[in-house]
Structure formats: C-alpha cells, structure tokens
Design a protein around this ligand. Structure first.
Ligand SMILES: [Zn+2]
Length: 222
C-alpha cells in the first residue's frame, strides 16, 4: 500500500479529496469512487502521453498521480440504479381501450400485464407477426423485461420490438424518467382495467426512456 491524497475535480467544479493507493489500477480506483459517491465516474483529463491508450490498465503511479495533484473527473448520477443508455418504449401519452368482442385474437391475453412483440424465429408459425406475451402480476423493470423476458407464446423464443404493453383485470402503477432528448421529465401513471376490456397505448408512439418500473396487482384481491 502506497497511499496518497488525490483531489478530484467534479464536473460542477467542486473539489474533493480521496485517498488513493498509487499501486492500484485506474479502473479499480474509479470503481471504488463510484461506490463511495453513488455516481458513475470516469476520468476526463490525463497527460498527452496516455492519449489513445486504454489507461484503465495503468496504475495510478504510472499515470502520474502524486501527492497534491488535481485530477479531473466526470461523474453522473445513476438515476434509479440503471444504466444511462436510454431504451425505446411507448410514450404512454395516449391510452387505448379495446373491447374483447371487437378483437378476437386478444382473447388469448391472461390476467395482469401483457407485452407486445414480434417473433423472429423463422421456424415458428408466429414468425414476423405481432404476438402477445402475458407476464401476469408483479414488479417489472421495463428495460430488463423487454430485453430478456418477453417471449413468443408459440415457440418461447425472445421476441423483438417490444415497445408496448396492455392490462387486463389489473391495477397498475408506472414510474419512469424520460430520455434526455425528450426533456428527461419524470413520469407517473396509475390506472386499472376491468372485466370487459384490455387497456393499452396507441401504437407507434415511441420515445426514449431512462428507466421505467411497473407494479401490477390483481383488481379482485385489493
Ligand atoms: Zn415464435
């Protein structure tokens, strides 16, 4: 251990002092600061001799860190704990109610939340057509759900282009933060759907989201 105090200059200009071990690699040092501050931290200024190299593999001593040096860092809050790369999903601004009598294929939805998606498995009879995957009741992280959990009801392979959902016999709460490009606003919505209809949102109205969480519960038990 070869400790030294390093000043980190934050993106807002404020300075903080951290104890660094000069034998530690930069990647490990930045990770420890991210854990301490709860912010994603990256180095933004370093000597010219390191340009174009992957300096995460260098030790702090090799990078020229020494007692009293100022190091400029960029840090971002990890809003909601998710990564900051946005994902595409419906804007949820226009509700659409479908009565079951007028849309027979929707009778296959079960209780709770159902996600729309497109099956891309050539051997599946649902290939290239929109299908519905019901996931029932519970808590959902929407980024994680559309990336990993929306499966074709026929072949059980992951479906693509899942940007919309709908509800049947359910109460639901949605919380989210929109992407920076669309203003980054906070979003909250609560509603419920009863026996005779399926509630969804207008198709094709997609925007970037930073994160979205959904809680779905049974209307009859609550
Ligand atoms: Zn399929």
């Amino acid at each position: 251990m070869d400790p030294c105090n390093v000043f980190l200059v934050d993106s807002d200009g404020s300075k903080r002092s951290y104890t660094a071990n000069l034998n530690q690699k930069l990647a490990a040092f930045l990770r420890s600061i991210s854990i301490l501050t709860g912010r994603e931290t990256t180095l933004i200024s370093l000597g010219e001799q390191f340009y174009g190299r992957d300096y995460n593999d260098y030790t702090l001593r090799q990078l020229g860190f020494r007692q009293g040096i100022d190091v400029e860092l960029m840090s971002d809050f990890k809003g909601g704990g998710g990564p900051t790369i946005p994902f595409m999903f419906n804007s949820l601004s226009q509700k659409k109610i479908i009565n079951f009598g007028s849309a027979p294929y929707l009778r296959v939805v079960c209780r709770g939340v159902s996600f729309f998606g497109v099956c891309k498995n050539r051997r599946c009879e649902a290939f290239d057509s929109e299908a519905i995957c019901t996931l029932g009741y519970g808590e959902f992280d929407i980024r994680d759900t559309v990336e990993c959990k929306v499966k074709c009801p026929v072949c059980y392979q992951k479906m693509l282009n899942s940007c919309n959902f709908g509800f049947y016999m359910a109460k639901w709460k949605i919380k989210g933060v929109k992407g920076v490009k669309v203003g980054g606003g906070k979003f909250k919505f609560e509603d419920e759907s009863w026996d005779e209809h399926f509630t969804t949102f207008k198709e094709g109205d997609n925007i970037d989201w930073q994160y979205m969480t959904l809680t779905v519960s049974n209307t009859r038990t609550s």
